[in-house]
Ligand binder design. Structure first.
Ligand code: ARG
Length: 579
């Protein structure tokens, strides 16, 4: 199924060829509906390039444009824009085709890639905090979209399960551990001993040295220390798993940093041999002398004491992903503070001759209502588990008010969908590199650009179908045959035409998410769709209207529901049947 955008773009290419002009500019959805549905700046761009009058160029292009099947005659406006307005017959036809298509018109990528997505990646012995929601929600959504577009996706949780902190954790475990507390809340106790040891080590050099000794023993494979380390990793993982199950996030791989330990000496030798790294003051270092940006930022891959770094592991990780997993693309969904780290790692990979496409997908911070980094009252990071529990609790209140007669079980299920959805949506609907303010009131509101607003639109559609007593399209286990599918559509009212157009845009929006890694494009589209649906719902009676409008409108409702559900699913958000 071709989208309007692709049909128009193809016609435009044909017209440019006929007019003897090169491809230029872009053809996009119109930014202002008063000018039509699609627009292109091609004449404007060509005019600038060639020093010709853009309006004259536009007029020339239009004479060669053949779009009569789907568009009213294109018009030239402003400084040389060409505008297209879809014919309602074309919209009807497209909508009906979409109805028959499981993929809702979304085409698979022409050249599927094998993409490793490195996201989430919390550290052992530290609880996941609110900051982790960003990497986790973003990475999960990008993985869902890439998969839907036909790419092979490998979701990898690069857990921080190795590093100097384990010297302290092990010393603390041996000297400070409260077994009872460990039983009650394992991760909290591990965090406590780590913190306390850290404080003591700061003021007491003997303890600092003792921690270092514990770390050396761990690295040498000492049995007791390895056992303690294993237990800490397992306990932390249990805690992470609980958060992942609440968030409905899963991984294909959770290798963790320690997985690469054996490879690190080999990586360093290889880079030395290749002349990419050199020995400098007893350490092994990569210098980027010919790179103006990194010239004064060397990368240490083996410390003077023989220890390896986070960066060394990341080099080994690329080897594994390319050679073993056969990845041709790796996306790292990691916060902006690691920009330099990834620039260095990517530069090393390029020097090694890797052709893999490496991207660092950064994001901004989550701020409290005071616009500072979100912290608890005592100044700690806000644990993610607590935050998600709180979201579900608050959502439960909404459900209690809206639908007091539901069973307790149903209410909890709905509250979880709303609460978790609200937190994820608040994150994903923002432009990813900007900081955003975490506000319970805003994210749980039933009005505005929120998950509950979108879920509510879906629920409204479901209730129309319950009332209509025709099998609704989306409930599991029902076959499409039973649902109210019209074979013809008649779109007359502006509100229904507008809704149908929006629905058809879904197939154009989804692929855009991967250009620049922006789930917010999809979120904002869904918000517009819900707005169009509400406008339609106000203006056009559905169940009370006469045929053929009734069937036609039911079909529009059905498609809107499917798009809302699929779109939210691509953001990792579930829809309740009632709320
Ligand atoms: N565990 C790291 C941190 O919390 C993030 C890991 C990101 N992935 C990677 N391959 N370096 O900062």
């Amino acid at each position: 199924m071709n989208t309007f955008q692709s049909i128009l773009a193809k016609a435009l290419s044909g017209a440019l060829a006929k007019a003897g002009l090169p491809e230029a500019g872009e053809l996009t959805q119109a930014t202002d509906p008063r000018f039509g549905d699609y627009q292109t700046n091609v004449a404007f761009v060509l005019g600038k390039q060639r020093g010709e009058n853009p309006r004259a160029l536009a007029a020339k292009i239009v004479t060669h444009l053949d779009v009569t099947d789907i568009s009213e005659p294109p018009s030239v406006a402003g400084a040389g824009f060409i505008n297209f307005t879809l014919r309602s017959g074309a919209i009807e036809k497209q909508t009906l085709e979409m109805l028959q298509d499981e993929r809702l018109g979304v085409q698979e990528a022409e050249s599927p890639r094998c993409i490793v997505i490195d996201f989430g990646s919390p550290n052992v012995a530290k609880p996941m905090h609110v900051g982790h929601i960003r990497s986790t929600a973003l990475g999960d959504s990008l993985a869902r979209v890439a998969k839907f577009l036909g790419h092979e996706v490998i979701r990898d949780n690069h857990i921080g399960d190795w590093g100097t902190q384990f010297g302290m954790v092990i010393w603390g475990w041996k000297n400070l551990l409260d077994r009872e507390a460990l039983q009650r809340d394992p991760l909290a106790e591990i965090v406590r001993i780590y913190k306390e040891t850290n404080e003591r080590a700061t003021s007491d050099p003997n303890i600092r040295e003792a921690c270092r000794q514990e770390l050396v023993k761990l690295q040498a494979g000492h049995k007791e220390n390895t056992d303690i380390w294993n237990e800490c990793v397992a306990l932390s993982m249990q805690d992470f798993e609980r958060v992942y199950s609440l968030l409905d996030v899963r991984y294909d791989l959770q290798c963790g940093e320690s997985f690469y330990n054996d490879q690190l000496p080999g990586v360093v030798d290889r880079l030395l041999k290749a002349g990419i790294a050199e020995i400098s003051e007893g350490a092994v270092v990569v210098f980027f002398r010919d790179d103006p940006e990194l010239a004064d930022k060397p990368l240490i891959i083996r410390k003077r004491d023989g220890g390896f770094n986070y960066a060394t592991t990341d080099v080994a990780t690329i080897d594994y992903r390319v050679n073993e997993l056969k990845a041709d693309t790796i996306w790292y969904v990691v916060g902006a503070p690691q920009i330099l780290h990834f620039k260095q790692i990517f530069a090393v990979a390029r020097r090694e001759g890797y052709a893999v496409d490496l991207r660092h997908v950064t994001f901004g911070s989550v701020l409290g209502e005071d616009r500072k980094l979100m912290k608890t009252r005592s100044g700690e990071n806000v644990p993610l588990r607590e935050l998600l529990d709180e979201a579900c609790k608050r959502a439960r209140k909404i459900v209690d008010e809206k639908n007091p007669d539901l069973s307790d079980e149903e209410k909890n299920d709905i509250a979880q969908k709303i609460g978790i959805g609200a937190v994820k949506y608040a994150d994903l609907s923002q432009y990813r590199t900007t900081d955003y303010i975490f506000s319970w009131e805003k994210m749980l509101s039933l009005h505005g650009n929120t998950a509950p607003y979108l879920q509510n639109a879906y629920v409204r559609i479901r209730s129309i179908f319950r009332k209509a007593d025709v099998a609704a399209p989306l409930s599991r286990g029902e076959s499409r045959r039973q649902s109210a599918v019209a074979t013809t559509l008649t779109l007359n009212e502006p509100a229904e035409i507008n809704l149908a157009k929006r629905v058809c845009q879904f197939a154009e929006i989804v692929p855009q998410v991967l250009n620049g890694f922006r789930p917010n494009i999809l979120a904002n589209y869904l918000f517009e769709l819900a707005n169009s649906f509400h406008a339609f719902y106000e203006a056009c009676p559905v169940l009370k209207s006469e045929e053929p409008a009734r069937s036609s409108r039911l079909t529009l409702c059905e498609l809107t529901g499917r798009v809302l559900q699929k779109g939210l699913e691509l953001l990792g958000i579930k829809v309740p049947e009632k709320m």
